[in-house]
Structure formats: structure tokens, C-alpha cells
Design a protein around this ligand. Structure first.
Ligand code: CU
Length: 266
């Protein structure tokens, strides 16, 4: 793996790395990776360019080893340019099999909402949907909790736009063993979700992984760890269930997404 260190959390033995595609295995993405020993990342600074080996064991446990600093570069801030660069890099890299692209019909699957009711993903058709994938125990403030904050902002802003009032927000957990409907219900309340506009889904692990994979979401649970190593993808699906576009990572803004939703209706 070749990438750039975004942040280092010694106490969690974790570093967030923005990395290039790993041919035949995963796309370019920014996500947290664990190491076996904090010493391996104690010398890393944000901005360092590194090479490393990603070890994936049976059962999905994953960690970095043989981390070597090969240079450094200024960190790019969250900006439209960064997002454009990241998404163009993504489209040039090897694609995960079955990754949805613009114009594809999103697959259906049955999940369970925060009230314990069965809910087909296709049941949201009729209104445009913004969908993201998280887990409620995520310890990284700039990952899943940021998606919740962005969705809360979107929920408020959508209500102000007459043409966007019917847009529905959907947050799907990729940690169904912890994120039961009861947990999601409490979580939804804590982030200020209005159940008429913002639905949380959980369900069967295999169904979730299948749908998440189509959206380019990659989640692995490290052995003996509560944390899940994962990336972020937030997508717009139109009222006909057609995939429009996805934002990679955490540097998109609610304003960008609102602008894209507005241009959908034209
Ligand atoms: Cu997370």
C-alpha cells in the first residue's frame, strides 16, 4: 500500500491513511488502519508519505506492518478540488467488482428500521435518497459521527427547500450485531433525526455487506477489537432508484450535496 498519513492515534494503535488503490483488492480510499504495536506509528506525522503492507487474516482481521516513510507532502484541506481529485483518482484505479456507477439501478434488499419494521431499500423509491453507511460505536469524530452531523445539517436544510422537501436520508449500519433497532432508535434520537425524513437501517450482515459493497463501502473488524476499520461513501439515489453519484470519505460538505440534489431536479 502507498499512501499519505492523515492522522495518528497512538493510544488506539491506529493511523488514518489516504491511500492509492491496492490492485485487485480495494479501491483508493481514506480510512483508519490498526497496527499491532504503537511503536510502529510513533514516528509518523500527518503528511508523511508511506509504503506499507496490509495484512488481512482469516476472519477479516486487518493491520498494517512494515511501514516505511518515503517522503512527505502538504496535506490537502477539504475543498472541491480535493474531492474532485480523489474521485478522479478513484475512477482511474481498479474498481471493486459490481461497484455502482451513475445510471445503474440500485439493488434491493430487505432491512429493519429503527422501529423494528421490515424495510425494503427499494421502498424509498418515489423520492430521492441520500444514503450513507456507519456504525454507532465509531470512535473517530471525523468519520461516522461526522456523517451524522452532516445528515442532521442536511435534514434541516432540506426542509427549507420546497423542491427538496421529499428527499429522504438513509443511514445503514454495517455493525448489525451491535446496532440493533433499539440501539439505532436511541442513536437516531441523540443525533436529532426526524423519523419522517431520516431512517436508520440494520439487518442481516450478509445483505448489508452486499449492498455496502455495491456502494464502495469496505468494512473489516479487527480481531479482538471493538473498532471496525472502514471507509465512508455517501451516495445520491434518484426517485427512480437510480444511482447518481457517491462522495468518498469525509471531505464532502452538506452544501455540495445540496447543490447536486438541486441540479438533479433540472
Ligand atoms: Cu466510523
Amino acid at each position: 500500500m502507498q499512501g499519505q498519513v492523515i492522522s495518528v492515534a497512538l493510544e488506539r494503535k491506529e493511523t488514518v491513511v489516504k491511500h492509492e488503490a491496492i490492485a485487485g483488492f480495494m479501491e483508493a480510499m481514506t480510512m483508519p488502519y490498526s497496527v499491532r504495536d504503537a511503536k510502529e506509528i510513533s514516528a509518523l506525522q500527518p503528511g508523511d508519505l508511506i509504503t506499507s503492507t496490509l495484512v488481512v487474516e482469516d476472519g477479516g482481521s486487518a493491520y498494517l506492518r512494515d511501514i516505511r516513510i518515503v517522503g512527505d507532502a502538504p496535506l490537502e484541506g477539504p475543498s472541491a478540488a480535493t474531492t474532485a481529485a480523489a474521485s478522479s483518482k478513484l475512477s482511474d484505479g481498479p474498481r471493486a467488482p459490481n461497484l455502482l456507477t451513475g445510471g445503474d439501478t440500485t439493488p434491493d434488499a430487505t432491512f429493519v428500521d429503527q422501529d423494528g419494521k421490515a424495510r425494503d431499500f427499494a421502498s424509498f423509491r418515489g423520492s430521492a435518497v441520500v444514503v450513507t453507511f456507519i456504525y454507532t460505536k465509531c470512535p473517530l469524530p471525523t468519520f461516522c459521527p461526522l456523517m451524522d452531523r452532516h445528515f442532521a445539517t442536511l435534514q434541516a436544510r432540506l426542509a427549507e427547500h420546497p423542491s427538496l422537501k421529499s428527499v429522504h436520508l438513509v443511514t445503514i449500519s454495517f455493525d448489525p450485531s451491535t446496532d440493533t433497532p433499539e440501539v439505532l432508535k436511541r442513536h437516531a434520537t441523540s443525533v436529532g433525526a426526524d423519523p419522517t425524513r431520516w431512517t436508520f437501517l440494520t439487518g442481516d450482515q450478509a445483505d448489508i455487506e452486499a449492498l455496502a459493497g455495491r456502494f464502495g463501502v469496505f468494512a473489516m473488524r479487527a480481531k479482538d477489537a471493538a473498532d471496525i476499520t472502514h471507509n465512508l461513501r455517501t451516495a445520491i439515489v434518484d426517485a427512480n432508484g437510480v444511482f447518481v453519484k457517491a462522495y468518498t470519505g469525509n471531505d464532502w460538505t452538506p452544501e455540495q450535496l445540496l447543490a447536486d440534489l438541486t441540479s438533479l431536479g433540472r
